[in-house]
Design a binder for this molecule. Structure first.
Ligand code: PMP
Ligand code: GLN
Length: 381
């Protein structure tokens, strides 16, 4: 049987490729972004308890209401925003799904979507599968900030959406208040929708405040803001997240969501509803992850890699131009094979395959894992 591919240019994701190679070669995997340490014991107990108490059937399509209430409380505490748990929050099976659903809710064939590169690898296929057109803008190298003048130049009558991601994967760059002010000026009096990928919300360092779109009511009315419990609570395999938007946009979001997955894992939602009530559950996260970044950065000084700064997420980019002039893909594969450390080549986050001779490391790992990886990387001459 023959079908016409909706995504003719898409292969297997680089994360799957590099994790496959790492496991085949028994390499230390600092490639795909996931922790190798266990998650919070209390949260595990709360979910177990929920299952034992019989929370094993469907929760409502919008998500378990006490969890939505805990999220609304957290949003009010952190961002002074008044979000209605009933009409503005929907629990989703992960952040990726929340982003896909937001795009599918809005996009019509031919719509243009502004995407900054390097970009998380699901965005462009999500746009294209909806018949819309990605309009690519490079983040400024090497600080990966947004050139707002370029954004103004790329806006046309067909611009339907701007996609943001802060803290940013793969670069660890974060949006500043000045970025938000530029964005506000650009979208004011337009029909442009914003999708803000904030899955690394709590993984932000050096006391920098997270510039959530939720802080800005004028932006919130035109935004889908997407989050992931997996990313911040060290349980990526749970695939649970949520989307926050205006009541009007949420009506449309739920029309798509209800016929795609209907509702998500119940016991995890019940457990998280209580867990989130303790503010320490999220207030402790920036310092927890910063410690890992600092530990990794310190170790990496003994290697020939050159760091670019990471202010958030659980990633840091390092240049390897002092070591080799190979393409970043060849380099990443070779060091996995020869030295037993897997990374992600940054060109995978560019449609053009732009190669800045840089690879991404994930530092959300046990100290012993980071130490072992760097001992191996120190051998590279
Ligand atoms: N956005 C970014 C930038 C990510 O790095 C990830 C992690 N895979 C996601 C979205 C998706 O998160 P989830 O695993 O909850 O789908
Ligand atoms: N977000 C993770 C990363 O960037 C990977 C998740 C996935 O494999 N899709 O490494």
């Amino acid at each position: 049987m023959q079908i016409q591919s909706k995504l003719p240019n898409v292969g297997t994701t680089i994360f799957t490729v590099m994790s496959g190679l790492a496991s085949e070669l028994n390499a230390v995997n600092l490639g795909q972004g996931f922790p190798d340490y266990n998650m919070n014991e209390e949260l595990i107990s709360l979910v177990n308890e929920a299952m034992q108490k019989g929370f094993n059937q469907y929760v409502p399509m919008q998500g378990y209401m006490p969890l939505r209430e805990s999220i609304a409380e957290k949003i009010s505490f952190l961002y002074s925003a008044n979000v209605n748990a009933q009409t503005q929050i929907t629990i989703t099976p992960g952040g990726t799904y929340a982003i896909y659903t937001a795009l599918t809710t809005v996009l019509q064939p031919g719509d243009e979507v502004i995407v900054f590169e390097p970009a998380y690898d699901s965005y462009i296929p999500n746009i294209e599968v909806n018949g819309a057109v990605p309009v690519l803008i490079d983040l400024k190298f090497p600080d990966y900030s947004i050139d707002w003048e370029k954004v103004k130049q790329k806006i046309t009558a067909r611009t339907r959406m701007i996609m943001l991601n802060s803290p940013h994967n793969p670069t660890g760059a974060v949006l500043r208040e000045s970025d938000i002010n530029e964005l506000r000026k650009i979208v004011k009096d337009t029909n442009i929708i914003i999708v803000s990928d904030e899955v690394y919300e709590h993984l932000i360092f050096d006391n920098i405040p997270h510039q959530s779109i939720l802080r800005y009511p004028d932006l919130m009315e035109r935004s889908f803001v997407c989050f992931s419990f997996g990313k911040v609570y060290h349980c990526t395999g749970w695939k649970l997240g949520y989307c926050v938007t205006s009541p009007e946009l949420m009506v449309e979001f739920r029309k798509v969501h209800q016929f795609n997955c209907f509702s998500c894992n119940s016991p995890a939602q019940v457990g998280l509803a209580s867990f989130l009530k303790n503010k320490e559950s999220y207030l402790s996260l920036p310092a927890f992850m910063q410690k890992k970044r600092d530990y990794f950065q310190e170790l990496m000084k003994e290697t020939k890699f050159t760091p670019l700064p990471s202010y958030g997420s659980y990633f840091q980019i390092y240049k390897y131009d002092q070591i080799s002039d190979e393409s970043d893909k060849d380099f990443a594969i070779r060091i996995t094979k020869e030295y037993g450390v897997a990374t992600i080549p940054v060109s995978a986050f560019y449609q053009s395959g732009a190669d800045n001779k840089a690879v991404r490391f994930c530092f959300a790992k046990k100290e012993e894992t980071l130490k072992l990886a760097v001992e191996r990387l120190m051998k590279i001459k």
